[in-house]
Write a protein that binds this ligand. Structure first.
Ligand code: DUC
Ligand code: ZN
Ligand code: ZN
Length: 460
């Protein structure tokens, strides 16, 4: 007797689309075939629906202490939103407080997240203090399953590390099978441009983008590539926003360097025009929104396959937190985890820009490979966790405050309507979301250990 059967769906994997049924027992996929005769405790009829691997959102910041405040989705509400968007695993960021060790930071983040998470999760470590103690803790931290380290070239006063520190951490991480995620924006140039704009009285949201122009990102991407090349480390450029940066990554990847990149739903949806709206502050994130041309180049990068992932950079703040006297004071970040799938399906697959298999690659298979979660996560395959999302390709939804689940009082996606929406999310065989309602349990999510790379590069 099976626990659950998903019958007659259109199953999508990273390499294939076919009609079939899936049998699930003890949280794992045990059968995939045209028909399943065995009886089950529950049968879900997926006729006419797409059946995809649950998404892995490799970039979220739940309850993140940042810019003098804390992001408003905690690990409970943020993972409720994730589940309702078809996300079955998040990889969040533990933020090392100054003066604390990275091993203690890991323990603190586990204590915060474990009782609240509703989907499975992994952790990246943001290293802020570069010293011999923390360098020595990289190896044991990888042993705990934290194989990726995020380093910041931006946020001079808060998260920034200099190039020597970045290089040294890269060198140590690659030795033990880790990977470096890099926030690529030149901190000194941002400080200089922002100070000039403020001195001219230019305080509105549109000047946020002017203080961080595309070359500020491209310069740092290029520098990051050089550091990765010198250290031999794999590098993953998080939240890439420009065509220029995309071209740098492509050139490096074409040369055979293990350099990968991620983009986010907001860069694929909006342009910097959004900053000129009355509530432009709500769209402030870093890097900022860009031009129409940049947006088109990101879609092309996904279509041709060298932008490897789409993740949300979900870090939301309510309207009071966003309402500040000048753009430098506005906490950076927007929602995203719940809209990755609808945006990619509606604006990408349904418009013929990316095929269904690419959707699965960038939202599940590739992040699973990059963060050491494969084959437990990242595919629909016998033996993998039964993490599955059903998507109704005809369902039309306006992405408004009424149907999104984050703990904020507005939706930057209010004017965005999509066709194609997740209608059921299954996590380790348990139905946790159905038709916009979260029906799982607080704290049911499990910490998933990342496995280190055996070679010096991910197998992608
Ligand atoms: N960018 C954001 O917009 N928010 C959090 C951190 C980051 O890098
Ligand atoms: Zn970042
Ligand atoms: Zn981020």
């Amino acid at each position: 007797m099976l626990d659950l059967v998903i019958r007659d769906g259109r199953i999508v994997t990273e390499s294939n689309v076919f009609d079939g049924s899936i049998g699930i027992q003890n949280g794992k996929i045990t059968q995939i075939s045209a028909t399943i005769g065995e009886s089950a405790n529950r049968v879900v009829d997926a006729g006419g629906k797409l059946v995809l691997p649950g998404l892995i959102d490799g970039h979220t910041h739940m309850e993140m202490p940042f810019m003098g405040t804390v992001s408003s989705d905690d690990f409970y509400q943020g993972t409720v939103a994730a589940a309702c968007g078809g996300v079955t695993t998040i990889v969040d960021f533990a933020v090392q407080p100054r003066g604390e060790t990275i091993l203690n930071t890991y323990k603190t983040w586990r204590q915060k997240a474990d009782p609240k998470v509703c989907v499975d999760y992994g952790l990246h470590m943001i290293i802020r203090d570069f010293n011999t103690t923390n360098l020595a803790q990289i190896r044991p931290l990888i042993g705990e399953g934290v194989t990726s380290f995020k380093l910041f070239m931006a946020y001079k006063k808060e998260l920034y590390l200099d190039d020597g520190a970045i290089y040294s951490i890269m060198e140590e991480a690659v030795r033990h099978g880790g990977i470096i995620g890099l926030h690529c924006e030149n901190a000194d140039l941002i400080e200089c441009f922002a100070a000039k704009l403020l001195s001219e009285g230019k305080v509105k949201a549109e000047y946020h983008a002017k203080s961080r122009p595309p070359l500020v990102e491209a310069e740092s991407v290029q520098r990051g590539i050089r550091l990765a090349e010198m250290s031999g480390s794999p590098m993953y450029v998080v939240h890439m926003s420009t065509g220029l940066a995309r071209d740098e990554i492509k050139e490096a990847a074409d040369k055979g360097l293990p350099v990968y990149s991620e983009t986010c739903p907001h860069y694929l949806t909006f342009t910097e025009e959004a900053y000129r709206q009355p509530n432009g502050n709500r769209y402030i994130m870093s890097p900022p929104l860009r031009s129409d041309e940049d947006r088109a180049k990101l879609w092309q990068g996904l279509a041709s396959g060298f932008i490897k992932t789409v993740a949300s950079d979900h870090v939301c703040f309510n309207s009071k937190q966003k309402n500040q006297s000048d753009f430098t004071k506005v906490p950076n970040g927007v929602i995203g985890t719940e809209v990755i799938l609808p945006i990619l399906y509606s604006a990408g697959v349904a418009k013929g820009i990316i095929p269904l298999t690419r959707l699965v690659q960038v939202t599940s298979y590739n992040p699973a490979k990059l963060f050491g979660l494969y084959p437990r996560k990242g595919s629909i395959a016998v033996g993998s966790d039964a993490d599955i999302v059903l998507l109704d390709p005809h369902k039309k939804v306006r992405l408004s405050l009424d149907n999104l689940h984050s703990n904020i009082d507005y939706s930057i996606y209010e004017d965005v309507s999509v066709t194609g929406y997740p209608i059921m999310t299954i996590s380790r065989g348990e139905i946790i979301h159905e038709d916009g309602k979260f029906i799982g349990r607080r704290g049911r999510g499990e910490f998933v250990k990342g496995k280190p790379f055996q070679t010096k590069r991910p197998d992608l």
